[in-house]
Ligand binder design. Structure first.
Ligand code: PLP
Length: 404
């Protein structure tokens, strides 16, 4: 007999590092999700920018079933066909020549940061080990990635953290100029800051970051863990910035919920992760790579990519309409289907109340920090679901502000 569990079981047996909502979904299809009682929800959160093709996409379910009946795992003592096919597609479609597979965004970043240090070690001198990242950035929760991330709260109590890391404000080239030097081995940047509040990089800023990296022989690392795989309307967001990185990390939507991450690199930089320098037991396993290959095949098509801007416009128009009635947002921004709505000053710190109120109206949404409501739905969310979800959101916000 199946063991009966409830939300209370979480508080008994799980490490308390999360505070999950009272809802326990058991099934999803497209952008709709159901709990055990059969209650239906609309999903504007996409598992935090992960389920880019919605829940239980039939092609992905078939690919997974087929691969599950063939081969699950070998470890990297042998390669496998799905990994090779996926790597071939990722390199054909991007600036990159080489791929390293990991299981998550943090691990892909860990590989990128280690590569940056190792590249400088191979080509320059020991003092050239500094990594520059941006305030409010988020790069994962391992000790190295919280240290590179620009949010002090994620490091607190975990010191001593890795050193040789500097931060400055995003979109402020003068601050970067003041701290970049011959000691810098890499500049790490999200093309659009996700967790930091859905803030896109200015094109001119990105261009100048590239120039500074070239001037100081530093690698430019784009963290596209959240912005990648179609999220912003192109396969990777860097395509819209007109700037090519040396290294790029991708995860989240790459597996549509199946854990997989990747670090993409140029031929020249990749050489520094020579045999034996880095590794992962699961990274690049055939299950993850077969699913990711199918995700890339589906996302990187004109049908899916062209639908993203169209849906962006519908969401933004809907949020503006809500704002005209309720006057709750001071800014609505984002790229593609990574959309942020920053609350007005009188609601500062209260974006989280919109999430709780939305759940009560059977809608999943996210925050990006205390002041920004974030939407990261499926890239193929049906337009009826957008309309229905926006009307639930309006009711939720109305109730949230009545109780504020
Ligand atoms: C930009 C960025 N980098 C890295 C990560 C970490 O990814 P993961 O949680 O898969 O380790 C995230 C997760 O939110 C992210 O948004």
């Amino acid at each position: 007999m199946t063991l009966q569990v409830t939300r209370a079981t979480f508080d008994e047996v799980m490490v308390p590092n999360y505070a999950p909502s009272a809802i326990i979904p058991v099934r999803g299809e497209g952008s709709r999700v159901w709990d055990k009682e059969g209650k239906e929800y609309i999903d504007f959160a996409g598992g935090i920018a992960v389920t880019a093709l919605g829940h239980s996409h039939p092609t992905l379910v078939n690919v997974m079933r087929e691969q599950a009946g063939q081969l699950w795992h070998l470890a990297n003592v042998m390669t496998n066909e799905p990994a090779l096919r996926l790597a071939k597609k990722l390199t054909d479609k991007t600036f990159a020549d080489r791929v390293f597979f990991a299981n998550s965004g943090a691990e892909a970043n860990e590989a990128a940061f280690k590569l940056a240090r190792r590249y400088a070690f191979d080509h320059f001198y020991p003092e050239k080990h500094e990594i520059i990242a941006f305030n409010k950035s988020f790069h994962g929760r391992t000790l190295f990635t919280v240290s590179v991330g620009g949010q002090a709260k994620y490091k607190e109590g975990f010191e001593p953290t890795p050193g040789g890391i500097k931060h400055c404000d995003y979109n402020d080239i003068e601050q970067l100029k003041a701290i970049i030097s011959d000691k810098t081995c890499a500049v790490v940047i999200e093309p659009i800051q996700g967790e930091g509040g859905v803030i896109p990089a200015d094109k001119e800023f990105a261009k100048q970051v590239r120039e500074l990296c070239d001037q100081y022989n530093a690698l430019l690392v784009f963290d596209e863990v959240q912005s990648g795989v179609g999220r912003t309307g192109t396969l990777y967001a860097y395509e819209q910035l007109g700037v090519k990185p040396d290294v790029l990390t991708t995860a989240k939507a790459l597996g549509n919920g199946f854990p997989v991450g990747a670090m993409l690199a140029t031929e020249e930089t990749a050489k520094s992760l020579a045999f034996g320098t880095h590794g992962s037991t699961y990274g690049g396993n055939p299950m993850a790579c077969s699913i990711a290959e199918a995700v890339i095949d589906i996302v990187d098509t004109p049908e899916v990519l062209s639908g993203i801007q169209e849906r962006h416009d519908i969401f933004v128009a809907g949020l503006k309409a809500i704002n005209e009635k309720l006057n709750v947002f001071k800014d609505i921004r984002g790229m593609g289907l990574l959309i942020g709505a920053e609350v007005v000053d009188s609601l500062a710190g209260k974006a989280g109340t919109f999430v709780t109120a939305a759940a009560a109206e059977d809608l999943f949404v996210l925050v990006a920090g205390p002041n920004v409501l974030r939407l990261a739905p499926s890239l193929i969310i049906p337009k009826e679901d957008i309309a229905e979800g926006l009307s639930r959101l309006e009711k939720a916000i109305e109730k949230a502000i009545a109780n504020a």
